[in-house]
Design a protein around this ligand. Structure first.
Ligand code: DAH
Length: 391
């Protein structure tokens, strides 16, 4: 049975401290009741709620009555006001807390499992299937597609050399894809890129007809039209050709193009830049080699080869022939050359003042070599079992 301590001082701090003491005792008892209620569920005796209520609220000698008698009535007149305030506050507090405890506690014990499920919003049917000991649903993290990863790697090599990234439309006009790149209409060089045209455009002039771009080179023209030299750009993107799909061909594939135009750019700059890029991509021990070629938009033009980074240039892997380099020790990796002066005529650059080099490479082919994949179709038919190996 709790009895309220007598007040020894009437200062605000002392009254506060005394009131807090009473509240603490109340909290202690409420907690004790709650614990006893939980224990009751496992067979222990129920707490006597009436005893608790009477201890705090009974007219004779309940705590509220004690506060009136021992604190308020016996307080010197000059402190009655302050003490009255504290006692009133405490009375409200105690009435509320005791009420809550008496209402809340029995109801907790009355909640059945079904009631609890209702409160939690769990339907009985769900509960039958709910086994919290089972492992949760695992979410797979996405991974960058190997071709996109390769595109990014190539682009970052040239960005590190100071190039900015440019992109252009996949549906392109004949003018940008061919004419401005010095492929005249009906020129046989057009036949090297089997083109997919958009249907029913016969009524348009040829240069306006739409097609799926066959290479990323048109972005060279689009960039030079809007930018004066010096130009240093790298152009990743998707291209299409009417090639039937097989292990090394796909009607859709990816290229990375590069262009540098400035005063006094020479073939040595081209060789040095590409040699550095290949070492960055395939390892510092690879060598590069150039052989003459032809592209309408570069003069002179070249094909660049890298020493086979799979067999180290020997053409063999142990006693087996090296397939990726067809036992030659070299892999053809890109086309390049010095920008043909005719191209400058299309973009209003002065060929007497500027010179530049360009190059273009197939990113899918590089991905095939880098990852040792033997069929380009695997990249595009969306089989997760294949793709997740690159995660
Ligand atoms: N556009 C050419 C192709 O797809 C590749 C190429 C060759 C791009 C030489 C160039 C270049 O920029 O200079 O076959």
């Amino acid at each position: 049975m709790y009895s309220v301590p007598k007040l020894k001082s009437y200062s605000a701090a002392a009254l506060d401290k005394a009131a807090n003491g009473v509240k603490e005792e109340l909290h202690r008892q409420v907690e004790q009741l709650a614990t006893a209620k939980v224990k009751e569920r496992s067979g222990k005796a129920a707490p006597d709620l009436k005893v608790f209520r009477d201890e705090w609220m009974a007219r004779t000698n309940g705590v509220v009555t004690q506060l009136n008698e021992s604190w308020l009535k016996s307080a010197p007149t000059k402190h009655k006001r302050d003490v009255g305030k504290v006692v009133n506050e405490l009375r409200t507090y105690i009435t509320e807390q005791v009420g809550n405890a008496l209402e809340g506690l029995p109801s907790i014990t009355r909640v059945s499992d079904a009631g609890l499920r209702r409160i939690l919003g769990v339907r009985d049917e769900d509960l039958d299937h709910l086994d919290i000991t089972l492992p949760g649903t695992r979410r797979h993290l996405g991974a960058e597609h190997p071709v996109i990863k390769t595109l990014h790697q190539i682009v970052s090599v040239f960005r590190n050399l100071g190039s900015s990234v440019q992109e252009g439309p996949v549906i392109e006009t004949d003018y940008y894809n061919f004419e401005a790149l010095n492929f005249p209409p009906d020129h046989p060089a057009r036949d090297t890129q089997d083109t997919l045209f958009i249907a029913r455009q016969e009524s348009k002039p040829q240069r306006e007809r739409l097609l799926l771009r066959t290479h990323t080179s048109p972005v060279q023209i689009r960039t030079m039209e809007k930018m004066k030299p010096p130009v240093r750009i790298v152009i990743p993107g998707k291209v299409h050709r009417n090639d039937p799909p097989d292990a090394s061909h796909s009607p859709m594939f990816h290229q990375v193009e590069g262009l540098a135009v400035d005063t006094n750019i020479t073939f040595c700059d081209l060789k040095g830049t590409l040699d550095h890029a290949m070492k960055a991509l395939f390892g510092s021990s690879v060598k590069t080699s150039f052989r003459p070629s032809f592209f309408p938009f570069t003069e002179p033009s070249a094909e660049m080869m890298v020493s086979c980074f799979i067999c180290g240039g020997s053409g063999a892997r142990g006693s087996e022939p090296c397939r990726p380099c067809k036992q030659t020790g070299w892999i053809e990796i890109l086309g390049c050359g010095m920008v043909d002066p005719n191209v400058y005529g299309f973009v209003d650059y002065d060929p007497k003042k500027v010179s530049g080099f360009a190059f273009g490479m197939g990113a899918d082919r590089i991905a095939i070599l880098k990852y040792g994949v033997d069929d380009i179709q695997l990249f595009f038919n969306g089989d997760v079992r294949f793709l997740e190996q690159f995660g």
